[in-house]
Design a protein around this ligand. Structure first.
Ligand code: PLP
Length: 433
C-alpha cells in the first residue's frame, strides 16, 4: 500500500510544485467527508479549520455534490455578458438576507477578487483612492487586496500604492491603549484617525475591515467599534467595506457578523463560506452606490463573473444553512467549544487567551501568562502533535503575539466531534509541555 511517506509523491511534489506559503503538511489526503479528511495511511483526521476556513457544510455534502453534478452537465459557464437564473436567484436571496439596503450583488470567484472589486467601486464612487485597513488584516493576494493586507506578505514585492494606510486593530488581550486596566479602543481609534488625517492628501476612499480579524489572530472588534468606525468613515466621505469572508453565512452565530452591532457597511464582501469550500464570492452594495458606479463606467469584467454553476452552489448553501438551522447551531456548538477551550485554559498555563464568536474561536499560546511572552515553538509543536493524533489545526504566528490557533469547524460538526477535537488538543498539549 502506498502511504503518506510515498517517496515518489514527495519527489514529484518537490520537483513540480511552487511553494506558495511555507511548508506542506506531511500527509497525502486521499478523501474528505463530513468533518474529517482521510490520509494515505488510512487515518481519519478531524478538520478543525473547515479546509481553508470555508467548508461550513463539511466536506462532500451530498446536496452540494448533486447541484455540481447537475450544473456541470446542464448549465456550467457562460459568456460573461449573459445571465442565467441561478445568478439572479442568488442575488435575490442575498438581498433578502443581508442587512440594510445591500440589494445589489456582483458574483465572483475568490475573496481577494471580491475585495478588489469592492475597492474599485469605493474609488469610483468617492473619487478618492486612499485605502485604510487594520495592521493585522488579511484581504487577499491580488494587488489591491494585498496592499490592504498587513498581517503578512508585504516584504519583497515593491511599493504598495500611495495612500495605503494601516491603523491598529483593537486587541483586548494586548491593548495598546488602556483605561482602568482594560482596552480603551475609543482613544485608540481617535488617535489612529488623527494619524490618518495627517497622512491623507484628502483622497480617502475606503476602510476595509474584517469584523473578526482571523489571520490577525482572531481579534474581534468590540461592541460599538464598528459603529464608531462607520462614523469616522462618514465624516471623511469614505466608504466602509466589510470583508466577511470567514464570518459571513452563519459562522459567528449570526448570518452576518455585522448584525451584532446593527451596522450596515456600504459594501459587504463574502467568499469562502458562501460556496462552502467551492470558489464563489460576492460583493454587495446599495442601489445608490451601484447606480453611481454604473454611471461612471464601473468595470469588473472577469472570466467567471456571473457563472451559473457556482451561483447554484451558493443558492443551495444558503438553503441548507437556513433549512437546517445552522446559524443557531453555530452559536450553540460554538458556546460548547468555547467552554471546553476555557476548561483547557484552566488546566494549561500556556493558554493565555480564548476568544471569538460562535464557531470562530482563537486560542493564544504564551510562554508565561503574566508576561504574555509568545511561545512560537510550542505552537508549532502542538500543531504537529495534533496532526499526528488526528486533528488538523491552523496556527498563525504574528510579531508581538503568541501563536493563535484559529478553530473554525464546519457548522455541521456534531457535539461529539467538537469534544473529540478538544480532547485531542488536550493530549497534544500534555505531550508537548
Ligand atoms: C478575511 C479574508 N478576506 C479575504 C481573503 C482572501 O480570500 P481568497 O484567498 O479566496 O482570495 C481571506 C483568505 O484567507 C480572508 O481570510
Amino acid at each position: 500500500m502506498v502511504r503518506n511517506d510515498d517517496p515518489d509523491f514527495w519527489r514529484r511534489a518537490r520537483r513540480h510544485l511552487v511553494r506558495y506559503g511555507g511548508t506542506f503538511a506531511p500527509v497525502i489526503i486521499e478523501r474528505a467527508e463530513g468533518s474529517f479528511v482521510y490520509d494515505a495511511d488510512g487515518r481519519k483526521i478531524l478538520d478543525f479549520t473547515s479546509g481553508q476556513m470555508s467548508a461550513i457544510l463539511g466536506h462532500g455534502h451530498h446536496e452540494i455534490a448533486a447541484v455540481v453534478a447537475h450544473h456541470v452537465g446542464r448549465l456550467d459557464h457562460l459568456f460573461s455578458g449573459m445571465l442565467s437564473r441561478p445568478v439572479v436567484d442568488l442575488a435575490t436571496e442575498l438581498a433578502r438576507l443581508a442587512p440594510g439596503g445591500l440589494e445589489r450583488t456582483l458574483l465572483l470567484t475568490t475573496g481577494a477578487e471580491a475585495n478588489e472589486a469592492a475597492l474599485r467601486m469605493a474609488k469610483l464612487a468617492t473619487g478618492g483612492w486612499e485605502v485604510v485597513s487594520f495592521a493585522q488584516s488579511w484581504h487577499g493576494m491580488t494587488a489591491g487586496a494585498a496592499s490592504a493586507t498587513y498581517s503578512a506578505g508585504r516584504k519583497g514585492y515593491g511599493p504598495a500604492p500611495t495612500g495605503s494606510f494601516a491603523i491598529p486593530a483593537p486587541n483586548a488581550y494586548r491593548p495598546a491603549f488602556e483605561k482602568d486596566g482594560a482596552l480603551d479602543w475609543r482613544t485608540e481609534l481617535d488617535y489612529a484617525f488623527a494619524l490618518i488625517d495627517r497622512q491623507s492628501t484628502g483622497n480617502l476612499a475606503a476602510f476595509l475591515a474584517e469584523p473578526i480579524l482571523s489571520s490577525g489572530g482572531i481579534i474581534e472588534l468590540p461592541p460599538g467599534y464598528l459603529a464608531a468606525l462607520k462614523r469616522k468613515c462618514s465624516e471623511r466621505g469614505m466608504l466602509l467595506i466589510l470583508d466577511e469572508a470567514q464570518t459571513g453565512i452563519g459562522r459567528t452565530g449570526l448570518m452576518f457578523a455585522c448584525e451584532r452591532d446593527g451596522v450596515v457597511p456600504d459594501i459587504l464582501t463574502l467568499s469562502k463560506t458562501l460556496g462552502a469550500g467551492l470558489p464563489l464570492a460576492a460583493v454587495m452594495t446599495t442601489p445608490e452606490i451601484e447606480d453611481l458606479c454604473h454611471d461612471r463606467g464601473f468595470l469588473f469584467y472577469t472570466t467567471h463573473v456571473s457563472d451559473p454553476l457556482p451561483a447554484a452552489v451558493g443558492l443551495k448553501v444558503l438553503e441548507i444553512v437556513q433549512r437546517d438551522g445552522l446559524v443557531a447551531r453555530a452559536e450553540e456548538v460554538g458556546a460548547r467549544l468555547a467552554a471546553r477551550l476555557r476548561g483547557l485554559q484552566q488546566r494549561f498555563a500556556c493558554i493565555g487567551d480564548v476568544r471569538g464568536s460562535g464557531l470562530l474561536q482563537g486560542v493564544e499560546l504564551v510562554a508565561d501568562r503574566a508576561t504574555k511572552v509568545p511561545a512560537p515553538e510550542l505552537g508549532d509543536a502542538v500543531t504537529r502533535r495534533c496532526l499526528e493524533l488526528g486533528l488538523s489545526m491552523n496556527i498563525v504566528q504574528l510579531p508581538g503575539m503568541g501563536g493563535v490557533f484559529r478553530i473554525a469547524p464546519p457548522l455541521t460538526a456534531t457535539d461529539d466531534e467538537i469534544d473529540l477535537g478538544v480532547s485531542i488538543l488536550e493530549r497534544a498539549l500534555e505531550t508537548c509541555l
